[in-house]
Design a protein around this ligand. Sequence first.
Ligand code: DOR
Ligand code: ZN
Length: 428
Amino acid sequence: MILDLPKWFDFHAHFRQGPAMGAYIRAHLDMGCAGGVAMPNTKPPVSRVFGEALEASWSIEHYLHDLNAAGGGAFEALIVPLYLTRATTPEMIVEGVARGMLQACKYYPPYGTTNAEHGVSLEELIGGEVLRELEETGIVLCLHGEQHGLSGDRYFDAVDHAESIFYREKMPRLMDQHPRLRVVCEHVTSEAAVQFVQLAGERVAATVTPQHLLYTVGHLIQGLRYHLYCLPIVKFEADRAALRSAVTASKQSQFFAGTDSAPHTTKATAGGCAAGCFTGGCAPQLYAMAFEECGVSMDSEAGQASFERFLCRNGAAFYGLPLPEQGFRLERQVGRCDLLETPEGPVTPLPVGMERELTWRLAALSEWVCVSSQGNLAHFCFAPRREGAGLRMLARVQTPWNFLEGSFVCGYGGAVAVGVSEWLEHEI
Ligand code: DOR
Ligand code: ZN
């Protein structure tokens, strides 16, 4: 069973900063990803739109430059939301929109997750000029929807937990006070959040991660599988069932893929566990497995259309991005998943951490062999590998990655064919 899909956008990913960024981006490119939303919870946070990197804050302009230099230039579209802090001004929004650098803002509950200490509470934002400006300009507000500052005993009840409290008690006021605000509820995990999104109508959408479709809290605590620990935490069966029916509902347009792939080279220490599941390289496979677990037949036209809506179409439509022209291919076959080696150490992908076999794999549309490379700053020549046929030198390519002569690169729709500096087109 083969599934040919348009390349997809990951509308919630963490590519981090520093020397490991290139490896994280590459893992996304390798899984047919054409870009999406790169979250701004770096250190320091991406809390200005323009200007150079300062000690206390980075700008979207600066972070995009770093992302592109690390390989993100190969993406078709990359959105970096502005991290909302006490220092965010309406003028930043106006200028960011006018100069085409701002497409989204991100709400972090203060101290609620990794690097969220710069967040401002929703109460402080509601009714203010910053959100008014977002309404005016149609800029998306991406929300990490959890109530912050709860004591341990109120944090995680089966019904009243940080997420359900946020969506039941905080969100109605935001919706009332800002009737035109466009919102993406990030990584929704509960029945309460799903109901909120469905009732809110078309101006509200939600991203859903593979882990929240596949697992419940039982999977996390049975054996203390800390690679499944992320925020918001995986919930109960009723919550997973609500997510599953929302993403697979016929013609649904509000729910789409956003992996929240959040690599941590040190995941667990004696003192605690970093929140984040890493799904670079394996997310479409995991989503396909989840759809099958929801009872969707991936052999049927209706099942394939529903998967494609969730993975490729709904999010692009919400953010106004054109569907990528290139495609990628999934195949129902046992797939491999390995530790990701980075200059900062290995990162464990979720299926490895859960000791779970992938039942789908990425299938290459083409393979390229590196026929010559010149040093490690590298101009590479690639030619498609064709049985029996002579190699055809197609292009000289400049990439941020090192390929050894003779190494093969799978082109899931041409990840390496970006940065082409010269088309050659001759037999060798
Ligand atoms: O699990 C998570 N990891 N949730 C978040 O909100 C942040 C993320 C990270 O950056 O590690
Ligand atoms: Zn995230």
